[in-house]
Write a protein that binds this ligand. Structure first.
Ligand code: G3P
Ligand code: CA
Length: 289
């Protein structure tokens, strides 16, 4: 039966969790198989319940060793030691390299084809303690927020395209003139005040919570990809923004890494410019819808 044969691949090939939910009425959170338009089948996590559901996990940023400065495991910044000769580092924010897997998304960096293939409108962020098992992510996440403005429509439909417009690259611009968009967020777990306290007092003094910011630039023209629930007011963005280009000039390579300079005044101290132990020891899960 030809018509059946033709229908089958389509039936088993949802491209996103949103499509899976809308076409096949899937209602449960968990791991599912998706298929990219080029035919790559991959497994990822779908959040089918938050704010209407249909959220696809496309990436996680996991800090494997904050003492390693742009060394092995810093896939969202650079594994190449922070040299100015590699200004965009590993380039992961705007290339099609994939790594990791869904089940290990809180124990290692994760990037799947959805990151560059899915056309979406909004993003959601979950902060989940490192090494938590999939079934406990939602329960153990201490901060979760999402955008509602459909801002991705203006930037090519996903972060891959947004970061083509705003390269995560050393010397791509200056602060404060050349930050990318700051988008208001709605909190699903936690609130703006709790979000703010995850960063040190000096950081709180130069950020406003309740936003997510893309492609921030600091005083020394280093670039970062995502500011975690905040909009920068000052230019020491390396203490609340993650991912980066390949070179951070201030005290180089001390600020170079996936969690940039979260440990400037000590690891997990939450004093001065340092982030709390809670946020430093948690993976950042990125979703599209
Ligand atoms: O980002 C903070 C740095 O630029 C200044 O640090 O230690 O002189 O307060 P510090
Ligand atoms: Ca600084």
């Amino acid at each position: 039966n030809l018509s059946l044969c033709k229908r089958e691949p389509e039936y088993f090939s949802p491209r996103s969790c949103k499509e899976l939910m809308e076409r096949y009425k899937t209602e449960e959170d968990g791991l599912y198989y998706l298929t990219s338009p080029t035919g790559v089948v991959y497994q990822t996590y779908c959040d089918m319940t938050t704010a209407g559901g249909g959220w696809t996990l496309v990436a996680s940023v996991h800090e494997n060793n904050l003492y390693g400065k742009c060394t092995t495991g810093d896939r969202w910044s650079s594994q190449q030691r922070g040299s100015p000769n590699v200004p965009d580092g590993d380039g992961s924010w705007s290339n099609t390299v994939t790594f990791g897997n869904a089940e290990a998304a809180t124990s290692d960096d994760f990037k799947n084809p959805g990151y560059y293939d899915i056309t979406a409108e909004n993003v959601a962020v979950w902060h989940v303690p490192n090494n938590e098992r999939v079934g406990r992510w939602k329960l153990t996440s201490f901060l979760r927020y999402h955008t509602e403005s459909k801002f991705l429509r203006s930037y090519g439909g996903n972060l891959y395209n947004l970061f083509k417009i705003f390269p995560v690259k050393y010397n791509a611009g200056s602060c404060p003139a050349n930050h990318g968009p700051s988008v208001p967020v709605v909190y699903d777990v936690g609130d703006a005040s709790f979000n703010h306290k995850l960063f040190g007092p000096h950081v709180r003094g130069e950020t406003e919570p309740g936003f997510i910011t893309f492609r921030a630039i600091n005083n020394e023209r280093a670039a970062m990809a995502i500011c975690l629930g905040v909009k920068p007011k000052g230019c020491n963005t390396e203490h609340s923004c993650i991912g980066g280009g390949g070179h951070f000039p201030e005290a180089s390579p001390r600020q170079c890494g996936d969690f940039a300079s979260f440990d400037w005044d000590g690891y997990g101290t939450n004093a001065g410019w340092s982030a709390s132990k809670q946020v430093t020891g948690a993976a950042v899960l990125l979703f599209y819808r």
